[in-house]
Design a protein around this ligand. Structure first.
Ligand code: HEC
Length: 103
C-alpha cells in the first residue's frame, strides 16, 4: 500500500517536472490558414465542442492575450509555440477568436 502511494507520488512528480519546460516544436506549413494551424497544433488538446474551439475567459478574449499564451504557454498543460510567429500566429489568433465562445 505504501509502495503504491509512493509510486503514484513519483509519477506525479516526474509528470510535473516534464511539464515545466513544455515547448512544442510545431512549425506551420508556409501560407497555412488559421484553421489549418489549429488542426495541426491545437486540436489534440482543444477539441471543438458544438463548433466552438475554446471557451475563453473574458480576459483572454483578445488578440494580445491569445498571442501571448501561444508564445509562452501556461503551467503544465499549455505548451509554448516558439515557431508560431508573424502571419501564422495572426491567422491562428483570428481563427481562435472567431470560433470561440466567451465565458
Ligand atoms: C498539450 C495540450 C495543449 C496543446 C497542444 C495546446 N493547448 Fe492551449 N491550453 C492547454 C491547457 C491545459 C490550457 C489551460 C492552461 C491553464 O489555464 O492553466 C490551455 C489554454 C489555452 C488558452 C487560454 C484559454 C483561457 O480562456 O484561459 C488559449 C487561448 C489556448 N490554450 C490556445 C491554444 C492554441 C492556439 C494552441 C495551438 C497553437 C494550443 N492552445 C495548444 C493545453 C494545450
Amino acid at each position: 500500500m505504501k509502495l503504491a502511494l509512493f509510486t503514484m507520488f513519483l509519477g506525479c512528480l516526474l509528470f510535473a517536472l516534464g511539464g515545466c519546460s513544455r515547448k512544442s516544436d510545431y512549425t506551420p506549413p508556409s501560407g497555412a490558414t488559421g484553421e489549418k494551424i489549429f488542426k495541426g497544433a491545437c486540436v489534440q488538446c482543444h477539441t471543438p465542442v458544438g463548433g466552438k474551439v475554446m471557451i475563453l475567459k473574458p480576459e483572454m478574449a483578445n488578440k494580445e492575450a491569445i498571442t501571448e499564451r501561444i508564445k509562452n504557454g501556461k503551467g503544465f498543460g499549455m505548451p509554448a509555440f516558439p515557431n508560431l510567429s508573424g502571419d501564422a500566429v495572426q491567422n491562428l489568433v483570428e481563427y481562435v477568436l472567431e470560433n470561440s465562445a466567451a465565458r
